[in-house]
Design a binder for this molecule. Structure first.
Ligand code: NAP
Length: 257
């Protein structure tokens, strides 16, 4: 027996950074639950591999080459999604990058600071602005699901730019959840703990880091992208219509230990 409020048939989602890691974890689950999924990324090889995987779950999946820090590219990509599927029901602004140079704060380059903010914050703004415009026009509600980070609520040395964007995303989400409620659009932030993806590859290969962090995760393992599938289905589904403005931690217990 299935719980039909989790059925996503007839709904369309955009997932930025959906060609790998947590975004692909979201995409696999919602495609399997019946949603039409458009994933966006900047790497053509990753895009092609992820598309093949998703189309095996749901043939309607598609992919777009889009740099979310480029305002015009985001507008054009959203228009292409609407053209193809006729609607947008969920938007996952998930694309993100870490700081490029792990230096002390007083040696951070302005270039690095702006690059991280361009992708992680401006990109989220461009994406959500275009998606909400369409959702409001449709008049049938929708779901905004932002991928924040534990760095928004815990100290992250040498990663102040990254942490600032992730904190900014939570603030953006809370304001949106209030403003968009009149349109029956919900907004929530997912806060992942330490998840094994391309972004964390370097840290997870560093013994000192692994030895210090694993004992602080009560579940005693790194998160995997598929640990994020169920929350994506739930937040996109009709089952979560009254759930908005929340910060949902999925971190194996890291933040409370
Ligand atoms: P990931 O595998 O490196 O995923 C990052 C995704 O963002 C990729 O699909 C990448 O695609 C895309 N991306 C990067 N720059 C982009 C741009 N300018 N335009 C469009 N797409 C872009 O790492 P991940 O861990 O899954 O990260 C996903 C999200 O989770 C990020 O927002 C990250 O901050 C957040 N997060 C991760 C962790 C963790 O432990 N892994 C913890 C907390 C939060 P391309 O390579 O094709 O550009």
């Amino acid at each position: 027996m299935t719980y039909d409020r989790f059925d996503l048939s007839g709904k369309t989602a955009v997932i930025t950074g959906g060609n790998g890691g947590i975004g692909l974890g979201f995409a696999r689950a919602i495609a399997a639950a019946g949603a039409d999924v458009s994933i966006w990324g900047t790497n053509p090889d990753k895009n092609a591999a992820a598309l093949a995987e998703l189309q095996a779950l749901n043939p309607s999946a598609s992919v777009l080459l889009c740099d979310v820090s480029n305002e015009d590219a985001v507008e054009e990509s959203m228009a292409r999604v609407i053209d193809r599927y006729g609607r947008i029901d969920a938007c996952f602004p998930n694309a993100g990058i870490g700081s490029q140079n792990q230096k002390p704060f007083f040696e951070h380059s302005s270039e690095d600071w702006f690059k991280v903010i361009d992708v992680n914050l401006h990109g989220v703004f461009f994406t959500l602005r275009a998606a909400t415009r369409q959702m409001v026009k449709q008049g049938e509600g929708g779901s905004l699901i932002l991928t924040s980070s534990g760095t928004a609520i815990q100290g992250a040395p040498k990663a102040e730019a990254y942490a600032s964007t992730k904190g900014g995303m939570i603030a953006m989400m809370m304001s949106l959840s209030v403003e968009m409620a009149r349109y029956k659009i919900t907004a929530n932030a997912v806060v992942p703990g330490w998840v094994e993806t391309a972004m964390t590859e370097r840290a997870f290969g560093w013994k000192k880091f692994v030895d210090a962090v694993i004992p602080r995760i009560p579940m005693r393992r790194w998160g995997q992208p598929d640990d994020f599938g169920a929350i994506a289905v739930y937040l996109m589904s009709d089952a979560s219509r009254w759930h908005t403005g929340d910060v949902i931690k999925i971190d194996g217990g890291f933040s409370i230990f």
